[in-house]
Write a protein that binds this ligand. Structure first.
Ligand SMILES: [Zn+2]
Length: 242
C-alpha cells in the first residue's frame, strides 16, 4: 500500500477569529558555519530543531545561547558536545536548534499553530486526543511562552525529526552533490514537490522532509485523525510520491 503524505501549513483562513501569535525562539542552538573549508559558504540550516533535547546540564551550555557563525573546527567541536544528547543519527547541521521555545505569546490560539513553516505548536488537550486516536510519533515538548492574558492555553511544540527525501526528479540534473565537509545541499524547493516513496518513514505520522526540513509532513493517518476530531489550525496539501 502506498503511503499518502500531506504538507502541513498554517490555516490562514481562520484569521481574525484565531489571531494567536508568539515572539519566541529556541533556547539553544548550534552556531552557523563561517566559510566552510569545503564549499566556502557561510550558512545555517532552517527547520532542524529538537525541542526535546535539553542542554541545561551541559557544562558548555552558555556556548549555545547566541546565534553566530563559527569556523568549521569550532562548529564541529560544539556539535560533538551535543551529539550524545540528540536522537541517534540526527544530522545536526549548522544552526540546528534545541530546547524549549522561550518568549511571549498573545491572542486566541487554534489547536495547532505554526511560525512560518518552521515549527508546529499544539494545545496539550489536542495532542492527547491525537494520541488516543493512535497517531504515532507525537513528541510534545514543553514551551516557555509567557502570556499576558489570564488562563492561557498550554502549548507544546512537536518535535518533528527529518525523515525521507525529496525525489531526485525534483532536482535540476546539473545540481552538485552535497558538500563533503558540511553537508550543504543547494536545493530550492520546487512548487510541486515530489517525495521519494522508498525513503518515507513507517514508524511515525509526522515528520519533516529529511533534505528539506522546512517542509512539515503528516501521513494520511494524521490527517484523518485531525479531521475526525475537528482540530483547527493547519491545512493539508497532498504531496505526490514516486
Ligand atoms: Zn561545505
Amino acid at each position: 500500500m502506498t503511503l499518502r503524505v500531506f504538507e502541513l501549513s498554517q490555516d490562514s483562513a481562520m484569521w481574525p477569529r484565531i489571531n494567536g501569535s508568539f515572539n519566541a525562539a529556541h533556547k539553544w542552538g548550534l552556531p552557523g558555519l563561517a566559510g566552510c573549508p569545503g564549499c566556502g559558504v557561510t550558512w545555517a540550516s532552517s527547520g532542524h530543531q529538537y525541542p526535546a533535547v535539553d542542554l541545561s546540564n551541559l557544562p558548555a551550555q552558555s556556548e549555545f545561547l547566541k546565534a553566530r557563525p563559527e569556523p568549521f573546527e569550532e562548529f564541529a567541536r560544539l556539535r560533538e558536545l551535543v551529539r550524545p544528547l540528540a536522537p541517534p543519527g540526527a544530522l545536526l547541521p549548522p544552526g540546528t536548534l534545541f530546547g524549549p521555545l522561550v518568549g511571549t505569546a498573545s491572542g486566541r490560539f487554534a489547536d495547532f499553530e505554526t511560525q512560518g513553516s518552521m515549527l508546529l505548536v499544539v494545545r496539550r488537550e489536542a495532542l492527547e486526543r491525537l494520541q488516543v486516536e493512535g497517531v504515532r510519533g507525537l513528541v510534545g515538548c514543553k514551551t516557555e511562552l509567557r502570556f499576558r492574558q489570564k488562563d492561557p492555553p498550554e502549548l507544546l511544540e512537536l518535535q518533528l525529526e527529518p525523515r525521507g527525501q525529496l525525489h531526485p526528479d525534483c532536482y535540476p540534473p546539473e545540481l552538485p552533490p552535497p558538500c563533503d565537509t558540511c553537508g550543504r545541499f543547494k536545493l530550492t524547493l520546487p512548487d510541486e514537490p515530489i517525495l521519494d516513496a522508498a525513503s518515507l518513514p513507517t514508524d511515525r505520522d509526522v515528520f519533516r522532509v529529511g533534505n528539506f526540513a522546512t517542509v512539515m509532513v503528516g501521513t494520511e493517518r494524521f490527517k484523518e485523525a485531525v479531521q475526525r476530531l475537528g482540530l483547527e489550525g493547519i491545512t493539508f496539501r497532498e504531496l505526490p510520491t514516486r
